[in-house]
Design a protein around this ligand. Sequence first.
Ligand SMILES: [Zn+2]
Length: 156
Amino acid sequence: MQGITSTCIPSFEYSRTLARLLDASAKKRKEDKVRKNWPEGTRMCVALTFDLDAETFWFSRSMDTINNPNLMAEGAYGPRVGVPRILDMLDRQGLKATFFIPGWVIERHTETCREIVRRGHEVGYHGYLHEKAYFPEQDRELVAKSRKIMKELLGV
Ligand SMILES: [Zn+2]
């Protein structure tokens, strides 16, 4: 029994080490393949994403918040003030980003959302009212509704 244990443990350790080395090698090959498409000298990739929830940040918690002007003003601050500042900063840095935007926000703050697209940024689905979909059918309906809004109002 002891002899089996003494031969199994090093063998197990050896196979774990070998597996780790093979994983690292496969990971490096995969990374090298991805890096072929990166600009010369680029060593790291970062995805910049923003959620432009606006007023829906509050709606998604409680629809009663629609009657609270302070919360609605706070929600509107993002598309009215925050996003233009972020877009200017991204332009200065020569960066592109992805903005996840609920469909309702696109309807309500259309010009801000058009400016995001006009400046070359990506727009991503973020629900209609920043809600959670609990069932696949509900999720499909929300995606279809928001996709239609994105296409009609933003052309994406
Ligand atoms: Zn969000």
